[in-house]
Design a protein around this ligand. Structure first.
Ligand code: CP3
Length: 355
């Protein structure tokens, strides 16, 4: 996507993001930095992840660990999707083994008072500092990826107050208090844009918008209550950073893919339920995709993991616009040596000689 020929020819990730094949199919893993790595556990310390993120040298080192161990083609900032609401004082934390927890969930118009606009230079100076360290320390061929939670997925945590299977409070607000819902989504749109913009401005080269739980919605509810806001996020970021590609990802979103693509990403993230060839049949043969090995196959062992990786590569059928990833994040119980094998396998089996 970069207009500078060097940037696109030096990074397999940025080349694939622009629909060009350079050296090999690039690989990175969602949640590649984290509890599956012994070197992470050794330096992470106790306490909330949100406190670890506030230490730029620690956060930068954790971001670099999987790059050093796996030889992946992108680094993803050690951060979290609830960093913006935490930073403006909403009252949300991440409980180990559970996920985001808010003692006082978002349930009424008064709760908007706890969601003022995000001002990254004062609220998130530590994130900006971490990105600047990484921009200096990462190899030129390994871009740093920025990310934020999409407005819907962050809203679901604020409203439910903890991880949910049914999203019943979220759906109740959507259908009983649509004006309050849209106001909340507008605030979270501002947070996502300001959060990603701060990371891109400090040196990150691409971004991912995580709408992990959007698959809980029907396509018609997604289109009415979510799409306008996610579209707004991509539009604003394209105006601010026209050369920096964006990825849109959710889990169990097969029924939403066309709608999520309409939001305006350059790259569609797929989970393992949707084949790459089916996504291109539906959304166009030039579709640039990221995905989509089932993370459970990594847990199953080296043989099923490598056989699964081979099927993903075959499914892509030599298309230059493919970024290899899992269909969701690395599970904490993952054996890191199997991920090492997967990276080596994808690189070797897709390597082309440059003329
Ligand atoms: O991908 C990476 O390596 C970068 C770091 C990253 C984290 N969270 C660090 C983290 C990313 C990209 C995220 C995104 C995120 N956070 C999402 C979207 C991706 C997805 O998985 O769908 C969501 C839904 C969250 C919210 C969240 N934060 C959850 C569900 C959890 C797990 C809770 C648990 O302990 O089981 C977290 C905590 C978290 N975020 C950890 C890490 C490394 C583990 C906790 C820790 O080390 O203290």
């Amino acid at each position: 996507m970069s207009t500078s020929p060097n940037a696109t020819t030096e990074s397999p990730f940025l080349a694939a993001a622009a629909g060009r094949h350079y050296l090999h199919t690039p690989v990175w893993f969602m949640r590649q930095a984290g509890r599956s790595l012994p070197e992470y556990k050794a330096i992470r310390g106790d306490g909330s992840i949100l406190e670890a993120i506030k230490q730029p040298h620690l956060a930068a080192e954790i971001t670099l660990q999987p790059v050093q161990r796996y030889g992946v083609d992108a680094a993803v900032l050690f951060s979290d999707i609830v960093v913006p609401p935490h930073a403006v004082g909403f009252g949300i934390d991440v409980a180990p083994g559970t996920g985001p927890v808010a003692e006082n969930p978002f349930r009424s118009p008064q709760d908007l008072l706890r969601l003022r606009p995000l001002e990254p230079h004062s609220d998130l100076a530590y994130v900006i500092e971490t990105v600047k360290i990484l921009a200096r320390e990462l190899p030129a061929s390994v871009p740093l990826l920025a990310f934020a939670g999409a407005p819907f997925t962050v809203a679901s945590y604020l409203i439910e107050g903890r991880p949910s299977r049914t999203y019943q409070n979220t759906k109740r607000m959507i259908h009983l208090e649509p004006a309050l819902w849209h106001e909340l989504m507008e605030r979270l749109t501002q947070h996502a844009v300001a959060f990603i913009d701060a990371q891109l401005s400090a040196g990150a080269q691409a971004f991912q918008l995580f709408d992990s739980w959007a698959g809980a919605l029907s396509n018609s509810d997604y289109r009415e209550f979510v799409l306008p806001h996610s579209k707004n996020v991509f539009q604003q970021l394209r105006e601010l950073h026209p050369t920096k590609p964006g990825i849109h990802f959710g889990i169990g979103c097969d029924h939403l893919l066309e709608s999520m693509y309409e939001a305006g990403p350059q790259i569609m993230g797929l989970d393992w339920r949707t084949s790459i060839s089916a996504a291109r049949a539906r959304m166009g043969s030039s579709l640039i995709v990221q995905g989509n090995l089932d993370p459970a196959l990594i847990l199953a062992g080296a043989q099923p993991a490598l056989a699964g990786a081979e099927r993903v590569i075959k499914d892509n059928a030599g298309h230059p616009g493919h970024i290899f990833n899992l269909g969701h994040g690395v599970d904490p119980a993952t054996d890191p040596t199997i991920l090492e094998d997967v990276v080596a396998f994808v690189h070797e089996s897709t390597r082309v000689e440059q003329s």
